[in-house]
Design a protein around this ligand. Structure first.
Ligand code: DX5
Ligand code: ZN
Length: 219
């Protein structure tokens, strides 16, 4: 299992998105993480399908689309058509995860579920057979630059155990307050995809930060 790095565009300089995306791509990023917020599911508003279609042609990175929105089912088609490579819905935003995960896969995309820090793993275990990835929030969703919440780590180890026992192919990802200092404990708990915004963008040497996090030994 190798470590993959997904910089979160939310922390980029919005006046220079093309250069910022090309910079992290050449700095060794594996995916680009797009935080979609609607001001309703979370108390912030970011961007939507028009931005995804604008950046699709300027990068080869898979566009990981983190839907922090209510009624995510209403937007799966428009993000799929805009060029998303994966769509991640929040279990707290819908009572119909199974149907939405199936719809995401029908569009040929990777299907993921994200859970907030206080949501127990039990809320999503029934959907494991339909998942390509689980995104564990290590901050309350809505903003970049928050502090890492280590209390969510046991949920990751619990998920890792189930996946190994049942033989599922599910990537485990963590999102929020991740950087070279907090990533090692997340990798030790069992994640292999690290989302990082403020630890990468705006820093003097993003390539060095990405290299450091990729080099974290996997247990
Ligand atoms: C928070 C977002 C995260 C956030 C990460 O709601 O889902 O992806 O942008 O930013 P940092 O790495 O600065 O915590
Ligand atoms: Zn995110």
């Amino acid at each position: 299992m190798t470590i993959k790095i997904a910089p979160s565009l939310l922390a980029a300089d919005f006046t220079r998105l093309k250069e910022e995306i090309q910079m992290i791509e050449s700095a060794g990023a594996d995916l680009l993480h797009l935080d979609i917020m609607d001001g309703h599911f979370v108390p912030n508003i970011t961007f939507g399908p028009p931005l995804v279609s604008a950046i699709r042609p300027i990068t080869k990175l898979l566009l990981e689309t983190h839907l922090m929105i209510s009624n995510p089912g209403n937007f799966i088609e428009s993000f799929a058509k805009a060029g998303s490579g994966s769509i991640i819905i929040h279990s707290e935003a819908t009572s119909d995860c199974a149907q939405l995960l199936g719809k995401i896969r029908e569009f040929g995309l990777l299907a993921g579920i994200s859970i907030k820090p206080k949501t127990p793993l039990e809320a999503i275990i029934p959907f494991f057979p339909a998942l390509d990835l689980i995104l564990f929030m290590s901050v309350e969703p809505g903003f970049g630059g928050q502090f890492f919440m280590p209390e969510i780590l046991p949920k990751i180890s619990q998920a890792r155990e189930i996946i190994q026992k049942e033989g599922y192919q599910i990537a485990l990802e963590i999102d929020g307050g991740i950087g070279p200092d907090t990533a090692p404990q997340a990798v030790a708990a069992g994640v292999n995809v690290l989302i990082a915004g403020s630890a990468i963008f705006g820093k003097p040497n993003p390539a060095e930060i990405i290299r450091k996090m990729k080099a974290i030994p996997v247990v």
